[in-house]
Design a protein around this ligand. Structure first.
Ligand code: GLN
Length: 492
């Protein structure tokens, strides 16, 4: 039944509705695929086969009773940053140990409410800090894609590398992910999948392990733009348990994918044309512009003059918030506890042994930029830059309806290639952090293969709460690109 895993989410939902197969068969096919592939890909950190099959049987029963929800029977993966009731949730950190949350995140609860079935929990960078999945306490995820004629193991990107790799390798029909500075979009670009970070506040953060609360946002990684729209519709919605969740209706995103883009004004931000940008990235971007022009869009060059300060501002704001959020891991309430003769020794041992190197680096940077004497020079300054970036977008969106940029400055790179150089790693986020700082929706879709045969992603950025235009533009680009490539199967 291997072919069931090759379906898109939409095709699987249609097949379930037509009774071509059952949710149980669908779940079983995916569980078998995971079992075969995971030793090589390391995308899942935990599978829940009994619960998945049991859940799938309940889904089949609901369908038989005529009570099918919008995602009835969909076999999904969950980034291990979402609290899942009674199921180990680690944030890929030693410090959470064997933590089994007594509650469910709102986003995952919404998916189960709509009939979806969980296959297991997906690998990620520790506390979602990273761009290559190499900071995970479970070891890196391996990208299902390889360069043509090369056997080198590549990163699937990060932090949602498990989500992206699992979707690309057909181990699940779609996955939850989170994006603080690019963690949905960059892995989507590296794996030929579609990922959207919605407007800040569109999805509830309740039950998502916090990294940087003013930037964190959940979203899906999926096989197609339509699949991403279907998943986001279920994930989103106002939640009184998150005070930053927006009290707005959730539109029918899938309907928006089909909308005409004729007459839409598309902005091309000149500041994103970095010096020394890879020619293939520039060519893909130009191709995207040409596709939208052909679809009847009006292309305009726009200025986002503070773009060059976005990355430094992000790498102050995000660690500052992280240092505060991660103060709660003291060995008293959650997971791992180190040994010591006094309270402070236990704290020190717990945090010293429980956190990995990148997380410690972020805590140190965050504590530094927030400390008396440096606060004004760093944190306050970064907040002012953030305001300017918001204003840049506001000005641009007076003239255009959406923006088109590349998602990442390169294709997937080799595992181990950039771990020793944090700055090189942070540069991955140059095109994505701006939308987190401004709270805007951003979507990545696969647009081309580079000379090595690796996927490259285009990013569509929209106005706050205007995911519908983002989906419409992405739908038009997807149609024009006709991207059908799949990684060649080298894993079991
Ligand atoms: N790569 C970025 C970082 O390391 C973004 C991570 C994310 O979006 N969670 O902070």
């Amino acid at each position: 039944m291997a072919e069931l895993t090759e379906l898109t989410l939409k095709a699987a939902l249609d097949g379930l509705a037509a009774k071509d197969f059952s949710a149980e068969e669908l779940a079983r096919a995916h569980l078998e695929a995971i079992e075969a592939a995971n030793p090589q890909l390391n995308a899942f950190v935990l599978t829940t086969p009994e619960a998945a099959l049991e859940g799938a049987r309940r889904s089949d029963a609901r369908r038989a009773r005529g009570e099918a929800g919008p995602l009835e029977g969909a076999a999904l993966g969950v980034k291990d940053l979402f609290a899942t009731e009674g199921v180990r949730t680690t944030a890929a950190s030693r410090i959470l140990g064997d933590f089994k949350p007594p509650y469910e995140s709102t986003v995952t609860a919404n998916l189960w409410r709509d009939g979806a079935v969980m296959l297991g929990k997906l690998n990620l960078d520790e506390f979602a800090m990273g761009s290559s999945n190499e900071t995970s306490a479970f070891g890196p995820v391996v990208n299902p894609w390889k360069g043509r004629g090369s056997n080198q193991a590549l990163t699937p990107g990060g932090s949602s590398g498990g989500s992206a790799a699992a979707v690309a390798a057909d181990l699940c029909l779609g996955a939850t992910a989170t994006d603080t500075g690019g963690s949905i979009r960059q892995p989507a670009a590296f794996t030929g999948t579609v990922g959207i970070k919605p407007t800040y506040g569109r999805c509830s953060r309740f039950g998502i392990v916090a990294f940087a609360s003013s930037l964190d946002q959940a979203g899906p990684i999926a096989k197609t733009v339509e699949d991403a729209a279907l998943l986001l519709r279920s994930m989103a919605g106002h939640d009184p348990k998150d005070s930053t969740s927006l009290p707005v209706e959730t539109p029918d995103f899938a309907a928006a994918v089909q909308r005409s883009v004729k007459g839409l004004r598309i902005g091309v931000p000149e500041e994103y044309r970095l010096d020394g940008m890879a020619p293939e990235i520039a060519a893909m971007w130009d191709q995207g512009i040409a596709w939208l022009k052909d679809a009847g869009c009006e292309i305009r060059s726009v200025r986002l003059p503070h773009t060059r300060y976005a990355l430094p501002a992000y790498y102050i704001v995000a660690p500052a918030e992280a240092s505060s959020n991660l103060a709660r891991y003291d060995g008293m309430r959650f997971g791992y506890r180190g040994e010591g003769r006094s309270l402070s020794e236990v704290y020190e041992a717990t945090r010293g042994e429980g956190f990995g190197a990148e997380v410690k680096r972020r805590i140190l940077i965050g504590a530094y930029v927030l400390s008396a004497g440096y606060y004004d020079a760093y944190y306050l300054k970064a907040q002012k830059v953030r305001r300017r970036i918001v204003q840049d977008f506001e000005t641009a969106f007076q003239e255009v309806d959406a923006l088109l940029t590349p998602t990442a400055p390169s294709a997937a790179f080799g595992l181990g290639e950039r771990v020793a150089d944090p700055i090189a790693m942070y540069l991955n986020d140059v095109f994505t952090v701006t939308t987190n700082l401004a709270g805007l929706p951003g979507l990545s879709l696969p647009a081309a293969l580079d000379a090595q045969g690796l996927p490259l992603g285009l990013q569509v950025i929209g106005r706050a709460l205007d995911e519908e235009t983002v989906f419409a533009v992405a739908g038009a680009l997807e149609k024009a690109a006709g991207f059908r490539a799949k990684p060649e199967r080298w894993w079991a």
